[in-house]
Design a binder for this molecule. Sequence first.
Ligand SMILES: [Fe+2]
Length: 393
Amino acid sequence: MLFSAAASLVSVAIAFYATASLIVPLRVPAVWKVAGATLLLLGAFKNTLFQMLGGGMFFAPNLPHGVILAGALLYNLLIVALFLSVVKDAVWLLWKASHFLGVCRGAFPAGKASAAVLVLAAVLTLYGTWEAVRIPDVAARDVFLPGLSEGFEGKKIALLVDLHASALNRRPFIQAIVERTNALSPDIVLIPGDFVDGLARDRKDDLEPLSRLRAPLGVWGTSGNHEYYSGYADWAKLLTEWGVALLENRHTVLTSAGGKLVIAGVPDPQGPRFGFAGPDVKEALRGAPAGVPVILMAHRPEDAAKNAEAGVSLQLSGHTHGGMMPVLDKIVERLNGGYVRGWYDVGGQVSGRSALSFKMKLYVSPGTSLWNGFPMRLLDPAEITLLTLHRTR
Ligand SMILES: [Fe+2]
């Protein structure tokens, strides 16, 4: 509630700034200016309005699809307009400075610049919102793992993360992702968290298609932060019934043609806030066979160095949504331990013990869907990740 109120306050400040920068300078009748300012303010109050409409918990995942989409478009327009306003005003300041220095003599075309920025903001908002709500493409990646046995050479892992099933991404959307994933014939499916937004009684039918995922070596998952906001115990029970085996601070040993591979998982750090366990990679790997590569599901990437030191070979994460758009991605990266999307080599030496070094690959997925609170993707498409395992030469 406090977070929602703070977010609304910040949004209102953004709306006033965007109005002053983009709407006021326009050379149009006052009624158009009032309409533009109203749309920006409606975007700023989106979350408050959604709560008044009875949208339920945490950014109202239960409202009708069209209402969520309309609110998302207004809110996304506000955020895109903010970033473009800053650029336009920086140009305006440069223009002023050059005018002061006598380099430039003409007046800044404020009305035309504001109109152009508004049109660009509208186009980017429509494109970015469409990119966020469409069925994701498949992104194929090769992974070379030291110590991988011959039995796992060429095995395929489908990585789905941040599905965020809500009234925005309902059953047909999840069903389409499941069908696209099954068509890849994966050997293993891994889902490291943020399955859903909403309580099991509201969203059960939307997420149920996960029960149709098919993989001979299993469908495995672990919790994300949104499972705890959504009633973790109920979702853990349902996911298990649907064949998604949750690895919360534990591991399993897969075998293929005599070779072994460890799949482990840790819960999201939000767990203890709701009376559940937090991530404990040492507990997750307790009793794991030595010399066998370990793939770890951890919803957030931020503990990568600690996990590398614990002996993980490959960490698979999400949570960042790839940063969602340029500039914002730099902020998201800072908030997540320096990771935002793609591949990272994580490693180093344990201080004071020069003989002991560790090395791990980290893949941060941009996510397979998007949270209904801010469904926006610019230069950051979602993906169904298909990882093919290879032995290092
Ligand atoms: Fe998350």
